[in-house]
Design a protein around this ligand. Structure first.
Ligand SMILES: NC(=O)c1ccc[n+]([C@@H]2O[C@H](COP(=O)([O-])OP(=O)(O)OC[C@H]3O[C@@H](n4cnc5c(N)ncnc54)[C@H](O)[C@@H]3O)[C@@H](O)[C@H]2O)c1
Ligand SMILES: [Zn+2]
Ligand SMILES: [Zn+2]
Length: 384
């Protein structure tokens, strides 16, 4: 089969590799019809993780079931399914509580002591291949496959966002403990930040502020109904207080991660976290879903090399704020968010900028990584 393979920093190519196949009785194999490139792939693409060479990338996967393991009960050949980017077992102590991003059965404990969680085509998340390929092996298929309704083909571009960014954007607002009528400050107008803005609108936020330095992405945020703030226009905290009677936003979400940068493009790892502490009101909550890593040898910043940031903990404590972090437990949300799409209450496909065959993936990585204007969200059709 053809697959997008990582060969080293900024080196990916579409290669011929062995076909994905059933490995356990509880697996299925799917034929990918749509798979996306994600901001999370870029951390790997840039060589800023320890992902191994030869890894097939791709964790935002949708396709048709073509092979079914003998112990799979519900999922059938021909089903159109979307897969959470996390791989869960469904029966471990974390999956049992809905924390499927922290599955103990599927995790690779050699990554670090106490590590939990697994994903397709991801650094430090187990040996699983990604879905930027023609076929993909899906472990614990009955648990991981979300079977799509009858409009699966018609709304495929929306449903594929259930694999990651729509639930992740939603999770960003839940970690921030957003309540109807409250204001929320969302940092980052990438695909995840835009999905957080859409989620906040659906949940009845009174004001949704989105901060970024890229005009084209801010324009999309505005179309979603957010008030946009350009990082080039001065101190964020002052602007937010001006818009919220001097108090600050009721809550905030970090949708950028450890590679956040200042207006000149220089990475400043603590910039956004400290700005959120400043801009969110006293007692407010902050949801951090942008990825931070336990070590980042490629960072210029001395602390960041060790996975640390200089965090304004005193101000955070003094303001009595709370914080939630980590991978989105996609299964906690995907079935309900699917219903929102099915009943025309959400249209996450609106942020798609490019729809391409798999062969074009290396070029798409380059443009998306450069944050070239207009390259907001790339979706690929590996079997078109
Ligand atoms: N926790 C999870 O489950 C989960 C899931 C998916 C993605 N992620 C992570 O979410 C983050 C965002 O993903 P994405 O696909 O939207 O990525 P992206 O890289 O396309 O978007 C990030 C955006 O942040 C902006 N930005 C950078 N520095 C900034 C600053 N100082 N102030 C304001 N804006 C700034 C960039 O211009 C860009 O538009 C990534 O770290 C990704 O790995 C986490
Ligand atoms: Zn993703
Ligand atoms: Zn589990």
């Amino acid at each position: 089969m053809k697959a997008l393979v990582y060969h080293g920093p900024k080196k990916v190519s579409v290669d011929t590799v062995p076909d994905a196949k059933l490995e356990k009785l509880t697996d299925v194999v799917i034929k990918l019809t749509t798979t996306n490139i994600c901001g999370s792939d870029l951390h790997m693409y840039e060589g800023r993780t320890d992902v191994e060479k030869g890894k097939i990338l791709g964790h935002e996967n949708l396709g048709e079931v073509v092979e079914v393991g003998k112990a799979v009960d519900i999922v059938k050949k021909g089903d159109k399914v979307v897969l959470p980017f996390n791989i869960g077992c469904g029966f471990c102590a974390n999956c049992e509580r809905g924390l499927t991003g922290y599955c103990l059965t599927c995790a690779d404990p050699s990554v670090m002591p106490g590590m939990a969680g697994a994903a397709y085509g991801f650094a430090g998340m187990g040996p699983y291949s990604g879905g930027q390929a023609q076929f993909l092996r899906v472990p614990y298929a009955d648990f991981n496959c979300l079977r799509l309704p009858e409009d699966a083909d018609e709304k495929e571009r929306d449903y594929v966002m259930l694999s990651d960014i729509f639930p992740t954007g939603w999770h960003a607002t839940r970690l921030a403990n957003l309540k109807p009528g409250e204001s929320i400050l969302i940092y980052g107008a990438g695909p995840v930040g835009l999905m957080a803005a859409m989620s906040a609108r659906i949940q009845g936020a009174s004001q949704v502020f989105v901060v970024d330095g890229q005009a084209d992405r801010l324009e999309l945020a505005e179309q979603i109904g957010a008030t946009t703030i350009n990082t080039k226009d001065g101190d964020i905290g002052d602007q937010i207080r001006e818009l919220t009677n001097g108090l600050g936003a009721d809550c905030g979400s970090e949708c950028i991660g450890y590679q956040c940068h200042n207006a000149k493009g220089k990475e400043v790892p603590n910039l956004v976290m400290n700005s959120l502490v400043d801009s969110v009101k006293a007692t407010g909550s902050i949801g951090v879903i942008g990825v931070f890593v336990p070590k980042d040898p490629g960072a210029e910043d001395k602390l960041a090399k060790k996975g640390q940031i200089a965090f304004d903990f005193g101000k955070f404590w003094f303001k009595g704020q709370k914080m939630g972090t980590g991978q989105c437990n996609v299964k906690a949300y995907n079935r309900r968010l699917c219903d929102l799409i099915h009943h025309d209450r959400a249209d996450p496909s609106r942020i798609i900028s490019h729809e391409l065959p798999l062969e074009d993936a290396p070029n798409a990585y380059k443009h998306f990584d450069n944050r070239d204007a207009g390259w907001t969200k790339v979706i690929l059709h590996p079997n078109a």
